[in-house]
Design a protein around this ligand. Structure first.
Ligand code: FEO
Ligand code: CA
Ligand code: CA
Ligand code: CA
Length: 640
């Protein structure tokens, strides 16, 4: 677990000292706050060009030679590093798994092979030497048109109509997640085929619903009168690893799987609309009535949760933890409150949705098994960002602040099932697509990736979401009051507004030390290395939007170079960058290349026959394959 979810290290400078340094500068700027607000810009503490010139003698926090930004068919990493695909879509995980053959795919085979579109990657060490561990990987979604030959179609509807029952079964088996034991020798990392830990979770795996909403009538279906057992997890985007060694996985865009519509006076109609139902992207409902809203109106209520999985017990049922709320979950990275409770930061990735935090009722216990149900009791809250740089967590607790029967919340289950509506009722701040949110264990500060929001108007710009429209996203830094992840209040500021800083209209705010390769757009995932340095992965850069592929950028958060970004790795054309994760010794950096081979523009449909790249195999007989890649320094050593 590279980003140890524990509190601040005792050797790190105290957070108050760090805040005092940075906030005093901001306080100095308070005089210009009104002007900044009028311009729709939050005050910034990144160095200006003049300040940067003075500081350029300061050594950078990162020592890798910067990569040149651009787009082509290959994956590129900074000079002096090597990037080797470790697990590709279709790679056998079990001893009895068939070899990957894209022209003879079967659901039975796919259930024994690595799934599609790897997103979150977590590493759980199995030894102290850093040579053995478990990788836990989310398989978010499938691109049928890139996976199967002969599906070339004008649009998504055409693909949906052309898919066979077996192809749909393959898609369902390619969703979910993988647990893979990996070992490292002098040749690098490799999977242990047939390890007792190996597991595939799919869209058909029995999963328990637990916590306050479990068993509620709104979770009951004909197939499951208990309301406590659902088949599968879908669209699992990012996640987290807990200190007790479980894997948290966030279900995100669940609306894409449900076809049909509800009459407007149906009791679930408003709830379905709030999650964006009516935008089906999959053919599953043609063969599985549970994905047809009209036939199974409660089935969507059984998705959109954070799933907890015990990777050490492949026979255990994963658990959807309803206490953490139902929305389009991005990640589920954690930290500990000062009194030892577990805190999970949660983003709801949609335009004008919110930033959440869950705090467990009980403390994390030293004995692993004692935490088995820790995430079933606690308080879910949603963030309100005040224009003056303060903020507050508003609790989603039934019976208080309008979360009552008068407003359509009969109990806590309703508040959790309709967390979006509850958050709006409380006056939470609508954000520009909150993605990963992670705490830096060295400083206690929390970083919120806000990817973009083309629908925010100039009138809707405000300090926490300072641009309308926001084409390139931004990063917010939160400092919990008292360095306590359990505190009700916090201070915040914008670390960086993304996009090309050389174009004044973009209003980007990287430090002036950032080169033409160093800036990026659309921050999505993030992680910290062992010394607490921030690494950001992007989703949405392409030739047209930014003239560069998605990838990894290292971003300085402290000292005079704060807000300086440097390019480390870029993905092949059509792909986005997911899953950044360091081993505890910082000698390996795992990254996940998702949907390589898509067209290099938003909304266009690719095809198996003409992908934009055939990475990583570059064989005319093989399609592009989403893969987890292990990055190491040539000759070994700490990365970055
Ligand atoms: Fe699956 Fe929010 O990206
Ligand atoms: Ca994401
Ligand atoms: Ca994204
Ligand atoms: Ca994504």
């Amino acid at each position: 677990m590279s980003d140890s979810p524990d509190g601040p290290s005792p050797n790190a400078p105290t957070l108050d000292a760090v805040i005092a340094l940075r906030f005093s500068r901001r306080d100095l700027m308070r005089g210009s706050l009104a002007a900044a607000l009028a311009a729709g810009l939050a005050p910034q503490a990144v160095p200006s060009r003049a300040e940067a010139a003075e500081m350029s003698a300061e050594p950078p926090a990162f020592d890798f030679p910067e990569l040149t930004a651009g787009v082509d068919e290959h994956l590129h990493v900074a000079e002096g590093y090597e990037a080797k695909p470790l697990l590709r879509w279709g790679d056998p995980l079990f001893a009895d798994a068939p070899a990957f053959d894209p022209r003879r795919q079967s659901a039975a085979g796919q259930e024994r092979q690595f799934g599609y579109n790897n997103d979150f990657v977590g590493f759980i060490p199995l030894d102290a030497a850093g040579r053995r561990g478990l990788l836990v990987v989310n398989h978010e979604y499938t691109n049928a048109e890139l996976m199967f030959p002969g599906l070339a179609a004008a649009d998504r509807k055409g693909v949906i109509g052309a898919l066979s029952p077996e192809q749909v079964a393959v898609e369902m088996a390619a969703h979910g997640g993988s647990v893979v034991e990996i070992v490292r020798d002098d040749e690098g990392w490799r999977p242990v085929i047939g390890s007792p830990y190996t597991r595939r979770i799919t869209a058909q795996t029995p999963i328990d619903l637990t916590g306050p909403a479990a068993g509620h009538p709104r979770l009951v279906t004909k197939a499951d009168p208990s309301g406590r057992r659902v088949l599968g997890m879908i669209n699992n985007c990012s996640g987290g690893v807990t200190p007790w060694g479980t894997w948290l996985s966030g279900e995100e865009n669940i609306n894409y799987y449900f076809a049909g519509a509800l009459p407007t006076d149906h009791p679930e109609a408003g709830n379905a609309k709030a999650l964006g139902m009516g935008a089906v992207q999959y053919a599953w409902s043609r063969f599985h009535p549970r994905f047809d809203l009209a036939q199974t109106p409660n089935e969507p209520n059984r998705f959109g949760w954070v799933v907890e999985i015990d990777p050490f017990d492949p026979g255990s049922a994963p658990k959807k933890r309803t206490a953490l709320g139902r929305f389009k979950h991005e990640g589920a990275a954690g930290a500990r409150s000062l009194d030892g409770r577990y805190v999970v930061y949660l983003g709801d990735d949609e335009r004008f949705q919110h930033v959440y935090r869950f705090v467990s009722r009980d403390r994390v216990q030293p004995e692993r098994g004692a935490n088995a149900d820790l995430l079933d009791a606690g308080t879910l809250s949603v963030a309100r960002f005040e224009p003056d740089g303060t903020g507050r967590w508003l609790p989603l607790v039934h019976g208080a602040n309008g979360l009552d029967a008068e407003h359509g919340f009969a109990g806590q289950a309703d508040v959790l099932i309709e967390a979006r509506r509850a958050a709006k009722q409380l006056g939470a701040t609508p954000m520009d697509r909150p993605e990963d949110i992670e705490a830096n264990s060295r400083t206690g500060r929390v970083y919120v990736m806000l990817t973009n929001n083309g629908k925010r108007t100039a009138d809707q710009a405000e300090p926490a979401n300072p641009r309308g429209p926001n084409a390139f996203g931004h990063v917010i830094e939160i400092a919990p009051d008292g360095t306590d992840h359990g505190a009700e209040t916090f201070r915040w500021e914008v670390l960086v507004r993304c996009g090309d800083p050389s174009k004044p209209a973009v209003q980007a705010s990287f430090s002036a030390l950032t080169t033409e390769n160093g800036w990026f757009g659309m921050p999505d995932n993030c992680t910290f290395d062992g010394s607490g340095r921030l690494w950001i992965a992007t989703d949405g850069n392409n030739r047209r939007a930014t003239g560069r592929a998605d990838g990894i950028w290292a971003v300085e958060t402290d000292g005079p170079r704060r807000g300086t970004s440097r390019h480390f790795l870029r993905v092949p054309v059509g792909a986005e960058m997911c899953g950044p994760c360091f081993t505890p010794d910082d000698a390996t950096f795992f990254v996940a290349v998702q949907h390589p081979g898509e067209p290099d523009e938003e909304g266009a449909l690719g095809s198996y026959e003409k992908p934009s790249t055939r990475w990583p195999d570059f064989s005319p007989d093989l399609p592009p394959r989403p893969s987890v890649v292990a990055v190491r320094r040539k000759g070994g050593g700490r990365i970055g």
